[in-house]
Design a protein around this ligand. Structure first.
Ligand code: GLC
Length: 449
């Protein structure tokens, strides 16, 4: 009997451990929606839009005093904030997720955190939590919710900064924490804020920033990642939690070499993240659309930034660019969403995409070609070549190669009529008879004629 009881107890322990294991998803499983998302919208919304200055960094670089920076809060009204409208716009243009700055390095929280008084509910005419309605609006449109959180907090009294700062203790009430060191207090604080964010908003994606200021051990990055996954086993984390991220986040410069693993390229529309009206150096729509194409052709997502005004509206220049990208995406919807990273270099001069079933190759044309378009090293028979978004079917001819030796020649494709060329990026859909087979040879001698 005793043996039997011990055996039952053993079975219970093993099965509870197995149940625990079942819940733990691999990073690939958690990344499933992200790998397919293609477009996300980054939103830098904060006090800095009031004076139209650099987000947080203007304090760091001492171009504004701490007091004057925080004074901007008095005009952060959010009076025309309409997150449903934002979410509808994002959905309409083909975005699958958005990432909002819940707290930048300045320490100002956009939600009504109980852990500091430095939040928009306490300090601004907005007088309410601005994150909650954003999360609700995104979910209503079936968009994934990303929340940006800066690990560093340049207002917290236990966090050292390089610029002059008054005593901020009154904004960070700390009860019964006298026995802790200042860093232990800070860790407790920032992890507490993340627990609040998790409990209130259950984000699909944690977008960290500022990790460069401390070491992995100091941030307790590993235990934080474990906690995030314990709270929400489906969550994903960007690469700015030291080495504990699930995907990489190159910023501003499009990668030249295709990054390994899942990745996301974040980019401003002008030269600043927040609302900065004197910065009129906007990228033309053509550049934004080309960049989007280059990124998805290399298997990444574009996280395109907007910086709403302090009243919550989106500047015309930014809206126009979102809409132009959206119009282009909608016209080329299948090529964008039913695809993955394209051909390796050498087969085509320009970005390409491959359909998920491997039976189509999409060729992207940035400029109007001369004479013919060439595609090389395709072993398959080609069924048809069409200009996406038009009815034009293109003629093609295979030339050169040695079929009996499995060396395919060049496919010479007719140039589309000018009226069928898209003003930004034209896409040709090459439909194959069967799954893509590439010739990757170095060019061997034909020994058998
Ligand atoms: C950099 C900047 C930060 C900005 C972020 C966006 O880390 O320091 O201000 O929010 O990029 O990726």
């Amino acid at each position: 009997m005793r043996h039997f009881k011990t055996f039952v107890l053993f079975l219970m322990i093993v099965s509870s451990q197995m149940a625990g294991q079942e819940k733990k998803l691999s990073s690939e499983e958690r990344l499933e929606w992200f790998r397919d998302a293609k477009l996300g919208i980054f939103i830098h919304w904060g006090y800095y839009g009031v004076n139209g200055i650099g987000e947080s960094w203007s304090m760091y670089h001492k171009s504004i005093s701490y007091e004057d920076y925080m004074d901007q809060g008095k005009e952060f009204t959010a009076e025309n904030y309409n997150p449903q409208e934002w979410a509808r716009l994002f959905k309409k243009i083909g975005a699958r997720y958005a990432v909002l700055t819940t707290k930048h390095h300045d320490g100002v929280a956009l939600w009504d955190t109980r852990l500091s008084k430095l939040n928009v509910k306490e300090k601004t005419p907005a007088k309410s939590d601005l994150v909650a309605p954003f999360v609700t609006a995104l979910r209503k449109e079936n968009l994934k919710v990303g929340l940006y959180f800066s690990l560093c907090d340049w207002s917290h009294p236990d966090y050292n900064v390089v610029f002059p700062r008054p005593d901020t203790k009154k904004d960070y009430p700390q009860k019964n924490q006298k026995e802790l060191s200042s860093w232990e207090r800070f860790i407790r604080f920032y992890k507490g804020q993340l627990k609040e964010i998790n409990d209130k908003f259950h984000p699909d994606l944690y977008w960290f920033d500022g990790d460069w200021e401390k070491s992995s051990e100091q941030w307790q990055a590993q235990s934080l990642k474990d906690s995030l996954l314990k709270w929400n086993p489906n969550a994903i984390v960007n690469s700015r939690l030291k080495s504990y991220g699930d995907y990489s986040t190159p910023e501003q410069g499009v990668p030249i070499v295709r990054p390994e693993g899942a990745w996301e390229f974040c980019m401003t529309m002008n030269d600043n993240w927040g609302y900065y009206p004197s910065d009129t150096n906007y990228k033309p729509k053509s550049q934004i659309i080309r960049t989007f194409v280059e990124v998805i052709a290399s298997g990444g997502n574009l996280l395109l930034n907007i910086g709403p005004k302090p009243d919550g509206t989106i500047a015309e220049e930014q809206k126009e660019r979102l809409l132009a990208l959206g119009e282009w995406i909608n016209k080329h919807n299948t090529a964008v969403f039913d695809s993955k990273a394209g051909l390796p270099a050498g087969h085509y001069y320009g970005p390409t995409l491959i359909s998920k079933d491997n039976k189509k190759v999409y060729l992207c044309l940035f400029d109007t070609p001369q004479n013919y378009i060439s595609l090389r090293g395709i072993q398959n028979k080609v069924r048809s070549i069409k200009v996406v978004g038009s009815v034009q079917e293109l003629s093609f001819e295979r030339n050169g190669g040695a079929v009996w030796n499995n060396i395919p020649g060049i496919l010479r494709i007719e140039v589309p009529e000018i009226k069928n060329m898209d003003i930004y990026v034209t896409i040709l859909e090459v439909e194959l008879e069967d799954e893509l087979k590439l010739y990757r040879g170095h060019g061997n001698a034909v020994e058998l004629n």
